[in-house]
Design a protein. Structure first.
Length: 159
């Protein structure tokens, strides 16, 4: 974890959590991590299974299942328990798009995503994060380059 380049800024903590995760996979999943999501279970069950790992909270658990669904096309019985990860970028984008108030909490943004896309709220995560990182910056946003500009009250100068 520490050499040649540190894999995380908290090497000591993360190395312990990594070891714990490997132990959990060995004991509970027969050494095969893919058994965490095998058989097309409900998304809530897989989020729950990730929450059982030391150091994993709701944001990381949901993000892991979201990546499995979107990137790796893992089939689940449903996708409605896969939430967005309402980090600073996603919150800023939701606020500037007028989907939430600019000072909305992470929980409010998560519930707004659930209301907007009940079947798969996490589908809004990557595009929102991407917009926040590339164009919708905290200072000097690049509204003209953003593909949401025509729909965005902030970009249109309304706010």
């Amino acid at each position: 974890m520490a050499k040649p380049e540190p894999l995380h800024r908290f090497v000591d903590i993360m190395s312990g959590l990594f070891h714990s995760a490997i132990q959990r996979i060995g004991h509970h999943y027969g050494g095969d991590a893919s058994r965490i999501w095998a058989g097309g279970p409900p998304s809530a069950e897989v989020v729950y299974r990730f929450l059982e790992f030391d150091g994993v909270g709701p944001k990381i658990a949901s993000m892991a299942v979201n990546i499995l669904a979107r990137r790796f096309k893992i089939p689940f019985a449903d996708f409605y328990s896969i939430d967005i990860s309402a980090d600073v970028h996603v919150r800023r984008v939701f606020g500037r798009l007028g989907l939430c108030t600019p000072d909305a909490t992470a929980e409010q943004v998560i519930y707004k995503a659930r209301a907007l896309h009940p079947k798969f709220p996490g589908m809004l995560d990557l595009p929102s994060w991407d917009i926040g990182r590339k164009w919708c910056r905290p200072r000097e946003p690049q509204c003209g380059a953003c593909y949401m500009n025509d729909l965005c009250p902030t970009g249109a100068g309304e706010k």
